[in-house]
Design a protein around this ligand. Structure first.
Ligand code: DGL
Length: 269
């Protein structure tokens, strides 16, 4: 079984694309809905929460976990990979969403990329660091969008205020003739707002969302790592777990995952 973790519902947008491309594997999705959002929390707290989730999914037997949350990927993944796994779970793997997204930006030959994300991701500068490692010449512009996750979590994406708020963030990002050629939606929740972005960003700008990117890169990863792939069960099952209010999860999950889900309430400790 492949474990998927997010701070809440958002990672379902990533899981959706992965399941479309790789339907045969078993998946276990864990949303920490009791403690969402992570986007404005400190590094220490995001690390603790993410570690608990990783532990939980390993206890469920996942040999591989995808951290679908950008904030956890930015603030906790490296420590988990470098300090935690080698000591406690040397034969298991945890992957995030930043590295595959950055590879895509570079492979697509983007010259000037705009990144929209949570405050925590923007402040961490994780995207800047990772892009510069692969291609030092790419120009990177970032804008934190603190209101977008609450709008989507509240199911208010089609409300009148949404376009105004997105337009405000885009004005800041696209100000001063930067000639941005690519816009990366670096947050689990933003694909739900894709139609709004399509309406509001300049026509020539390519919009990248992470679900299809992560799905393709995961497929490549599993081909390159048969020792992990062979340990993942293939029964086509999907398990949805949440740390809070499973009826609300089931309702909103339909928006994020695109099909009905039945979730189970769990405690991480
Ligand atoms: N999952 C988070 C991310 O992709 C967004 C929601 C949150 O702030 O927890 O950064």
């Amino acid at each position: 079984m492949i474990g998927f973790f997010d701070s809440g519902f958002g990672g379902l947008t990533i899981l959706r694309s992965v399941v479309e491309l790789l339907p045969d594997y078993d998946y276990c999705y864990l949303g920490d809905n009791a403690r969402v959002p992570y986007g404005n929390r400190s590094q220490a707290i995001v690390f603790e929460f993410t570690k608990e989730a990783v532990d939980f999914l390993f206890r469920k037997g996942c040999p591989l976990i995808i951290i679908a949350c950008n904030t956890s990927s930015a603030k906790a993944l490296r420590r988990i990979q470098q300090e935690y796994l080698p000591v406690l779970y040397p034969s298991r793997r945890v992957l995030g969403v930043i590295r595959p997204s950055v590879e895509e930006v570079v492979e697509q030959g983007c010259l000037k990329v705009g990144i929209l994300a949570t405050e925590g991701v923007v402040a961490s500068e994780a995207y800047i660091t990772e892009i510069k490692k692969l291609s030092p010449t790419v120009e990177i512009y970032q804008e934190a969008c603190p209101l977008l996750v609450p709008i989507v979590e509240a199911g208010e994406q089609d409300g009148e205020a949404t376009d105004l708020i997105i337009a405000k963030y885009l004005r800041r990002l696209f100000s001063q003739d930067k000639d941005i050629d690519t816009l990366l939606l670096a947050c689990t929740h933003y694909p739900i707002l894709r139609r709004h972005f399509e309406r509001l960003v300049p026509r020539q700008v390519i919009i990248l969302e992470q679900g299809p990117i992560v799905a393709r890169k995961l497929k490549d990863y599993l081909i390159r790592h048969p020792e992990i792939e062979q340990r993942i069960s293939q029964g086509g099952t999907r398990i949805f777990l949440t740390t809070d209010a499973s009826t609300r999860f089931d309702r909103l999950a339909l928006t994020f995952f695109g099909e009905p889900v039945a979730s189970h309430l769990v405690s991480l400790s």
